[in-house]
Write a protein that binds this ligand. Structure first.
Ligand SMILES: [Mn+2]
Length: 281
């Protein structure tokens, strides 16, 4: 094993349109799915408020950020299991703060762009806002978690698998020059090729790379248990193939979000989490 993994559960679903993803860390623990991997949660943080309670959310994201910051400072690899994708606000705030002068990038696998602000979001769901927040646009309280600098440089995030978005977030990202691989290109070139290009381009410029995986980035054929499924997604096995080739010493964090086991009696989706964890061990 290349890393000492610090497994963190981010039990939050208040920031999504559908509830249930918050139960994922507990389901993983209860069903002993982690034991064969030699893993257990170091800590699970729970959010019990509403999506409108910004001070309480700020407290939750800060709690999560302190855990990921602490992991990086202790040379552990933070691995965060959501919960809805709003947890990224805490996860990457902590990692970015710990890295200080070291640069990092994120490869963001998702069906969606997650780059709304409170002003341009139609739903108001905060799981659609983490990327904009990390780049410095969003609820002011969230921008100042641990550190008041933007946590992510727009030129250092790459999206893969995108197929469902609104004009406002697409315009924001295009204005900032963010690299987006839409699902059509992934389908034509194959995920392995696209991922390698993204990984190599980022590693040529930044010190460390994080992965933020929204399970709705995969085709529902592989990961049906998500709150907002979208067809024509990433082939899960191609993703495993691509991840098995990476230089793990470059990896600074892994986040896996939006599993909703209640929508998937087969347990296939939670099984995807186990497979993703296996590949980075
Ligand atoms: Mn997402």
């Amino acid at each position: 094993m290349n890393h000492k993994i610090k497994l963190i559960g981010a039990a939050i679903d208040a920031c999504a349109g559908t509830r249930g993803s918050a139960d994922t860390p507990d389901i993983l623990s209860r069903n002993s799915l982690l034991k064969p991997l030699g893993l257990e949660f170091d800590k699970i943080v729970y959010y019990t408020g509403t999506r409108h309670d910004i001070p309480k959310l700020t407290h939750f994201f800060t709690e999560l950020a302190l855990l990921t910051q602490d992991a990086v400072l202790n040379n552990q690899l933070p691995v965060i299991i959501g919960g809805d994708h709003s947890c990224a606000i805490g996860s990457w705030s902590g990692i970015a703060t710990a890295l200080k002068d070291q640069s990092y990038g994120i490869i963001w696998l998702d069906a969606h762009l997650d780059a709304h602000t409170p002003e341009d979001s139609e739903s108001g769901n905060i799981h659609g806002m983490p990327v904009a927040t990390l780049m410095g646009e969003g609820y002011g309280e969230f921008l100042n978690i641990l550190d008041n600098n933007p946590k992510l440089d727009p030129k250092n995030i790459v999206f893969i698998g995108i197929r469902s978005y609104e004009a406002a977030e697409k315009e924001r990202l295009e204005r900032l020059g963010v690299k987006i691989y839409y699902t059509e290109e992934v389908g034509e070139r194959g995920f392995v090729d696209v991922f390698e290009e993204a990984w190599n381009e980022l590693t040529s410029r930044v010190d460390k790379i994080g992965l933020s995986i929204d399970l709705d980035g995969f085709d529902p054929e592989f990961a049906p248990g998500v709150g907002t499924p979208a067809n024509d997604g990433i082939n899960f096995f191609d993703c495993i193939k691509a991840l098995s080739k990476i230089d793990k010493s470059k990896l600074i964090g892994l986040e896996i979000t939006e599993c909703n086991d209640h929508f998937d009696p087969s347990g296939q989706t939670i099984g995807c989490i186990v497979e993703l964890l296996k590949v980075i061990l």
